[in-house]
Design a protein around this ligand. Sequence first.
Ligand SMILES: *Cc1c(COP(=O)(O)O)cnc(C)c1O
Length: 231
Amino acid sequence: MQPSDLQDNIAGRLAAVRDRIAAAATRAGRPAQDVTLVAVSKTHPADAVEAALLAGQTVFGENRVQEAAAKFLGFPTTHPEVRLHIIGGLQTNKVRDAVRIADVIETLDRPKLADAIEAAIQREGRAPKLLVEVNVGDEPQKAGVVRQDTDRFIEDCRRRFGPSLIGLMCVPPAGEDPVPHFTWLAERAAHHGLTTVSMGMSADFEVAIACGATWVRVGSAIFGQRAARQE
Ligand SMILES: *Cc1c(COP(=O)(O)O)cnc(C)c1O
């Protein structure tokens, strides 16, 4: 693809997604500024991120720390407005790098990871905002704290991280109606006074907004299909 085609494609898709977000917010009786678009650029090259930046997008999500570090390396100097969210499962040996590069880690889901993040914040002198990821479908193979442990884990994280803990995140089970899951997550966030609710992807972000999402994580609707390497 010619660079200008890439630019036009991504700018056009971004505009369409922003319009759909605004319309969904309006239908829910909420101002469009309530909802932040996290553009998920995983597997797509830095060129694609740059095209989105030129179209005014500043918030990006990546699920692998190494890939994010390589891709976003130059942007803090050329585009200081960039905000990077880590949205993928985090191994403890990647935490220090994550704390160094991320503005937000959306996938805090177990005490061992909380220990590692606490230690890394101490060492790096830098504290990203944090979301607790909830396994809303209690799926055995999936990341996230299971529902019955959620309240306790949120309280633990709040003691550890104070105001850096700002919200909850989920990926509901594939092939199920997401509404009960989205609703449950938004209720838990409200119960704990957490203002950020990260839910909704390309296939269901409008539904998520109707259920109270304040962040939507949208990848393929902006950047196109990914190779099958990862989800
Ligand atoms: C890949 C990914 C997304 C974006 O998915 P799309 O269907 O491409 O919009 C959102 N959230 C997480 C956690 C992801 O891994």
